[in-house]
Design a protein around this ligand. Structure first.
Ligand code: GSH
Length: 315
C-alpha cells in the first residue's frame, strides 16, 4: 500500500494538478477527502493551521502547497522528470506565475455569473452563501484574489492567445517547453481544467484550437493508478504512529534575526494566511519546515515551500 496520502477534494484545481502528476508518473496513493470550506479539524490536526488544498502526508511528515508536493514527487519518483535540469529554472518560474497571477484571473473567469450557474454544488443557496463567506475569510488581510471579472477576463484571454501562438509555431512541440510535459504544463493544465470542466463556460476556450489540442494531450497522459480512500481519523492515526523523517538543514545566513531555539510561525504571503506554529527544523532557499506536537496527531514535521511563504518569530 502506498505511503503517500493526499488530502484533497474533487473540485480542487490545485489538487487536480497533483492528481495529474500522480497519473503521469504512475504513483499510487491514498486519499482523504477533506471539506471544501472550513472547519477542517482533521486536516488542521496535521498542518497546525494551514488550511489550503491539497496537502500531502507521508507518515508524520506533512507537505503543504502543490509547488512543494510536485517537487517532492519528482524527487521520490524521478521518472519521467517534470523539472528537467536543462529547463528547470524556466519551468519553475513559468509554473509559479501560472499558479499565482494566471490562477487568479482563471478563478474570476470560472466564477463569473454564467460560470457559477454551471457549478452544481453551488446551486443550493445555503451552500453558496457558506462558500462565499468562507472564501472571503480565505482572502482576509490579503490583496490577492480580488480581481474583478472585467479585469481578469482580458488577462486570461491574453495568455491563452500567447499559448495559442506558441503551440502553433514551427517547429511545434507537443508540450509547452518541449516534447515531454514539465511542471509548466501541469500548472497551466489545472487552470484550464477549471474552465473546461464547466460546460456553461467551456466555449471560452473554443477559439484556441492549439490550446484545446494541447489540453486534450494533457488530459490523456498518464497511467491507471490505484487510489484508496481512507478517513481523516486513519490519517491522523498514521501520523501518530510514525516518526518524522530527518529534517534539515537550517542555513543560518537565511534566518535574518529569527531565533530557531524558540517558536516560529510560518504562513503563506498571499492568502489563506493562517499561521502554523512550531520549532524551525529546515530553512533553505527551497523549503521551510517546523516540528510541532499535536494533541491528536502527535509529533509532526510540517513542510512549506520557501517561495510564497513567510516566517516570523512567534510571540
Ligand atoms: N499555492 C497553493 C494554492 C492552493 C489553493 O489555493 N487551493 C485552493 C483550492 S484549489 C484552496 O485552498 N481553497 C481553499 C480551501 O480549500 O480551503 C498551492 O499551490 O497548493
Amino acid at each position: 500500500m502506498s505511503d503517500l496520502i493526499l488530502h484533497e477534494y474533487p473540485e480542487s484545481m490545485f489538487a487536480e494538478k497533483i492528481r495529474a502528476i500522480m497519473r503521469y508518473k504512475g504513483i499510487n496513493y491514498r486519499r482523504v477527502t477533506i471539506p471544501i470550506i472550513m472547519p477542517k479539524p482533521m486536516l488542521l490536526a496535521l498542518t497546525g493551521g494551514y488550511r489550503r488544498t491539497p496537502v500531502l502526508q507521508i507518515g508524520a511528515d506533512i507537505y503543504c502547497d502543490s509547488a512543494l508536493i510536485a517537487r517532492l514527487l519528482d524527487d521520490i519518483h524521478p521518472e519521467p522528470p517534470i523539472f528537467p535540469r536543462h529547463i528547470a529554472a524556466t519551468a519553475t518560474a513559468l509554473a509559479h506565475w501560472t499558479d499565482t497571477f494566471f490562477f487568479q484571473a482563471t478563478v474570476r473567469v470560472a466564477f463569473q455569473p454564467r460560470g457559477r450557474a454551471g457549478i452544481t454544488w453551488l446551486s443550493d443557496p445555503e451552500q453558496a452563501k457558506a462558500f462565499a463567506q468562507d472564501r472571503a475569510e480565505l482572502s482576509r488581510n490579503s490583496n490577492q484574489l480580488g480581481l474583478s471579472f472585467e479585469t481578469a477576463h482580458p488577462h486570461f484571454l491574453q495568455h491563452l492567445g500567447h499559448l495559442e501562438k506558441q503551440l502553433g509555431s514551427l517547429p511545434a512541440t507537443p508540450f509547452l517547453l518541449g516534447n515531454e510535459p514539465t511542471i509548466a504544463d501541469f500548472s497551466t493544465y489545472h487552470c484550464l481544467w477549471l474552465v473546461h470542466n464547466n460546460e456553461l463556460i467551456r466555449d471560452t476556450l473554443d477559439p484556441f484550437h492549439e490550446v484545446c489540442a494541447w489540453y486534450d494531450r494533457m488530459k490523456d497522459i498518464g497511467n491507471d493508478i490505484e487510489v484508496a480512500d481512507i478517513s481523516g481519523e486513519e490519517a491522523i492515526e498514521i501520523a501518530k504512529t510514525s516518526e518524522p523523517a530527518a529534517p534539515g538543514p537550517i542555513e543560518s545566513s537565511l534566518l535574518h534575526g529569527i531565533d530557531p531555539s524558540s517558536d516560529v510561525n510560518i504562513m503563506p504571503i498571499d492568502y489563506g494566511r493562517q499561521p502554523t506554529r512550531g520549532r524551525l527544523v529546515t530553512a533553505s532557499t527551497e523549503e521551510l519546515a517546523l516540528i510541532r506536537t499535536d494533541h491528536d496527531a502527535g509529533e509532526v514535521i510540517v513542510h512549506f515551500p520557501r517561495l510564497g511563504y513567510q516566517i516570523n518569530q512567534a510571540k
